[in-house]
Write a protein that binds this ligand. Structure first.
Ligand code: XBP
Ligand code: MG
Length: 255
């Protein structure tokens, strides 16, 4: 019996990486007098590492940038990431990044049906509340019973920590919940926490391995921007709570 939807943020609620986070990282590097600039392609590779601080550390290691001693390195990364978060929040406040098609519709449908909502993300908590406030209004933050984000857990996705944390805070078992993700790292984290998982892939993740996911879609879809995958396989335009329940009860399969 479905009791809650648990949403990933970046790439799932909104397409935030290519023109949001990546731009904020590059601006932080420039603000700090560094000649680093992550192209869209380079960033796509770096997305294999979740967490902005971890991503910068990985970049330093693999690109052989001048070695710093450990203490220096950690404070450099912390400073750069703090700057990046300021840039990202300012970017969201200047021009809200829209939610992906069908996200607002499904959130509202779930609330009307009495389903609980939660967030399980690798990104910094402030990025989540700013995205929601600018895309849906400040009150939307309270639609979510739990917002599990960033450093609240010791290990980020693909570790299952954040999903286990959110389930524990919800007081629900994985069998009563459904996860919504966009990437391989997110799928691994959700499945390892025992959650059935719906994938809505995007430009950066469309070639990831989504085997074992309950559903793999191009988007949740809505009347004016339908899901092509759902149209082709089930002659439906978008993923509704009813359709989710029918698929999960194996009343219908996708193929
Ligand atoms: C995506 C991430 C985050 C963002 C950057 O998180 O891995 O690291 O790319 O945000 P998810 P931070 O898909 O789990 O929402 O710089 O705040 O980490
Ligand atoms: Mg994601």
């Amino acid at each position: 019996m479905l009791k809650a939807f648990i949403f990933d943020v970046d790439g799932t609620l909104a397409d935030t990486e290519r023109y949001g986070h990546r731009v904020a990282f590059n601006q932080a590097f420039e603000d700090s007098g560094l000649d680093w600039a992550w192209s869209e392609a380079t960033y796509g590779e770096l997305l294999a590492v979740t967490g902005g601080k971890e991503r910068i550390a990985h970049y330093l290691k693999t690109r052989g940038k001048p070695e710093h001693d450990r203490a220096d390195l950690e404070s450099l990364i912390a400073r750069l990431h703090a700057r990046k978060t300021e840039n990202y929040v300012a970017l969201l406040e200047r021009s809200a990044i829209p939610l992906r098609s069908g996200v607002q519709r499904l959130l509202q449908e779930a609330r009307e049906r009495g389903l609980r909502l939660a967030i399980a993300t690798t990104t910094t908590p402030r990025n989540v509340t700013t995205l929601l406030a600018n895309a849906l209004g400040k009150e939307s933050i309270d639609w979510f019973d739990v917002i599990g984000a960033g450093d609240i857990v010791p290990h980020k996705k693909p570790a299952a920590d954040i999903y286990r944390y959110v389930l524990q805070q919800l007081g629900l078992g994985a069998e009563d919940c459904l996860a919504f993700e966009d990437s391989l790292n997110g799928k691994i984290a959700a499945l390892d926490a025992g959650l059935k998982t719906v994938i809505t892939y995007n430009g950066y993740t469309e070639n990831d391995d989504f085997s074992e996911a309950a559903l793999v879609l191009d988007r949740l879809g809505d009347a004016n921007k339908p899901s092509r995958v759902l149209q082709q396989s089930l002659q439906q335009d978008y993923l509704s709570v009813d359709l989710i329940e029918r698929i999960l009860q194996q009343k219908i399969g996708l193929n």
